[in-house]
Design a protein around this ligand. Structure first.
Ligand code: GLV
Ligand code: MN
Ligand code: MN
Length: 409
């Protein structure tokens, strides 16, 4: 049995027509009008397939086929994007899961368990931190009330935006625990392509630590204030940026550190700024090394605040420890890829994913397909048709195989 690739591709293209940006990507930040339009389209496809649709209190959409009393094998991902997103990140996983269900319906096979597709709210965390917010709440990792109170980077409240776009649903969170969860995603990194490998059987997701750092200095005239008398938040922000880059290089291994967002106030040519705010994104597959990175950065902030006469405060935006996926799901993906004649490698994920949250409540894993040049969170994100089709077929057989996965009662 095979999925219908032209049908999957046409849905990927149709979803990408909502909120397109130059270069072929999308801007569909969570809970914006664009997100609503994307959701409406996916829900209309779920209706066409006659799925039972549930929308929960944080806006996660779960479409279930063949609703028996048994817990479903679930797949899915997200359709929100970063501001400069590609067309595959998240959307591919959601639409491939939908395609798997339609393929089974067309073939008139009846899996022994329901199959479900989840569209999780705000996976990117680009508008509302933390990332993977919807799936985190789905598995009980954050209270609904806490999530509803989170403020966006534009000041809007999560709960208000959810109501505004009509996706504050009645289904309770935490939601039902699936029998198993397997997410299909583009790799978003260079490893599969570099190793000439088609399928990644994802073993783990690295730990994630996001901080917002606010630096308060002395705003003053750019022409009259001698360099020796400055308390300049922009300079301190630059020093922090250099420090975290060098720290990542020094720690080695998997450590990565990114300053992705910097805001200066009042942001004028001839004014020494009063304030700088920046974000730190730090990740490592090793929790101890990630904690070491956090400590080294905290020590540096104390030191530079003292030497530059500025005040520095930090706020945790996201903190998730590394997650190891269930070896039975990893082995299932690996085996099916081999049976289909594909090259496959076990690998960790550098990006965060909803599957890492679902792993808290059921056997979970992921399937990766190559990203050309390893580019993602960029409109140029691209995966070939052959790889997209291969990944969706692995998902089909993995979901069916997981319906018979034995779990302890
Ligand atoms: C989410 O996509 C992340 O890894 O930043
Ligand atoms: Mn994603
Ligand atoms: Mn992403």
């Amino acid at each position: 049995m095979k999925i219908n690739y032209p049908r999957l591709k046409s849905r990927i293209d149709a979803l990408a027509e909502i909120s397109p940006i130059e270069g072929g990507g999308n801007c569909r930040l969570a809970l914006t009008d664009e997100d609503k339009h994307g959701r409406d389209l996916v829900v209309s496809w779920m209706r066409e397939l006659d799925l039972e649709i549930s929308i929960d209190t944080v806006g996660n959409i779960i479409g279930t086929w063949n609703t028996a009393e048994l817990s479903p094998v679930m797949s899915g991902s997200h359709i929100d994007t970063v501001r400069t997103g590609g067309r595959f990140d998240g959307c591919y996983g959601v639409l491939a899961a939908l395609e798997v269900i339609q393929t089974c319906q067309d073939a008139k096979i009846k899996p022994p368990r329901p199959l479900a597709v989840g569209v999780f709210t705000d996976e990117e965390g680009a508008r509302f931190a933390p990332d993977m917010l919807g799936s985190l709440v789905y598995v009980g990792g954050m209270a609904v009330e806490t999530a509803l109170d989170i403020l966006a980077i534009d000041g809007a409240k999560f709960g208000d935006e959810l109501v505004r776009i009509g996706y504050a649903g009645p289904a309770p969170c935490p939601g039902i625990s699936p029998h198993a969860f397997v997410e299909l995603h583009i790799e978003q990194g260079p490893m599969l392509e570099a190793n000439n490998t088609r399928i990644g059987a994802v073993t783990s997701v690295q730990g994630i630590s996001w901080r917002e750092v606010t630096i308060l200095g002395q705003s003053n005239h750019a022409g009259t204030t001698p360099m020796s008398l400055r308390h300049d938040p922009a300079y301190v922000a630059a020093e922090i940026t250099v420090f975290v880059r060098n720290l990542a290089l020094e720690l080695g291994g998997d450590q990565v550190c990114t300053v992705g967002k910097v805001d200066l106030h009042p942001n004028l040519t001839n004014v020494v700024p009063a304030r700088a705010t920046l974000t730190l994104d730090m990740r490592n597959t090793d929790e101890n090394l990630l904690q070491l990175a956090e400590k080294r950065i905290a020590d540096f902030l104390t030191k530079i605040a003292d030497s530059e006469g500025v005040k520095i405060s930090t706020r945790v935006l996201a903190r998730f420890e590394p997650v190891v996926f269930d070896d039975r799901v990893v082995a299932c993906v690996e085996q099916i890829a081999k049976q289909h004649g594909h090259t496959v490698r076990r690998m960790p994920s550098g990006a965060g994913h909803d599957a890492q949250m679902l792993a808290r409540v059921c056997p979970s894993g992921m399937i990766f397909v190559p990203s050309v040049k390893g580019i993602s969170h960029n409109p140029a994100e691209f995966t070939t048709d052959a790889d997209l089709e291969a990944g969706a077929n692995i998902l089909l057989h993995a979901m069916l195989s997981l319906t018979t996965l034995e779990t302890q009662a």
